[in-house]
Structure formats: C-alpha cells, structure tokens
Unconditional design. Structure first.
Length: 135
C-alpha cells in the first residue's frame, strides 16, 4: 500500500504524488515514514526531505513548518520547499551572500529580521548541499 505525500508552502503546492517512503527532517531528528505508520504530528527543521518512488530517491529542500501522518497520507506544511530540479544554484549563492553580508553589517537589527536572515542562510545551505550532492 503506497503513501500519498503532499508538500505545500504559503505560495504553492510543491509536491503531490503517491510514493513508497519519505524521510522528513524534524526538530527531533530524521523521521522515516513507511505505509502503515502510526499517526504523527511533528515540527519540521531546515533540511533535506527524501522521497522514494519506484526505487528512485528524490531530494527536496524544506524549511520550517509541520508534517502530519494520518493513515497512508503524509502532509507537509512548510515555510519553504523546493525540488532539486528547481534549485538555481547561482541564485541561491547570491541570496546566501546577501544574507551573510546583511548579518555582518547589522548593528541594531530587529530580532525578527535577524532570525529571518539566519533562516535564509540555513535554507540556502540546504539547497546548495542538495544541488551539489551529485558532483
């Protein structure tokens, strides 16, 4: 019996398909989900989400949010998510450099803005790790 995985961000539905397994980065570590998994609600950490379908693994970068497992349905509500194919390495590198520069130059920065920049740095790092994995 397969799993149904749906990954949604505030902007769009990033992924929706029937899969074999998914490994989700959570604040407590990675959680592997197989068909028949017990119900679960967990917080997602910035990291690499791995989907297995037809014996092939697909990587997605995710940042923040929640995952819910209910029966054979897995729902991921993330702040940001992107498939490996859609990651633009040069754009991510540029965004990472800008965020790091803003952090270095920050003097009296609002704590919420500082946290946003830190999250951007972490999410950019995850995207680059995924994109560069195959080299």
């Amino acid at each position: 019996m397969p799993l149904t995985l749906e990954i949604v961000t505030p902007e769009s539905r990033v992924y929706s398909d029937t899969i074999e397994t998914v490994v989700i980065p959570t604040t407590s570590g990675e959680v592997g989900i197989l068909p028949g998994h017990i119900p679960l609600l967990t917080e997602i950490e910035h990291g690499e989400l791995r989907v297995t379908k037809n014996g092939q693994t697909q990587w997605l970068a995710v940042s923040g949010g929640f995952a819910q497992v209910d029966g054979d349905r897995v729902s991921v509500l993330a702040e940001h998510a992107i498939t490996e194919e859609k990651i633009d390495e040069h754009a991510v590198e540029a965004a990472l450099k800008r965020a790091e520069q803003d952090i270095r130059e920050a003097k009296d920065i609002d704590p919420a803005q500082y946290e946003h920049l830190q999250n951007l740095v972490r999410y950019s790092g995850v995207q680059l790790a995924i994109k560069r994995r195959r080299r």
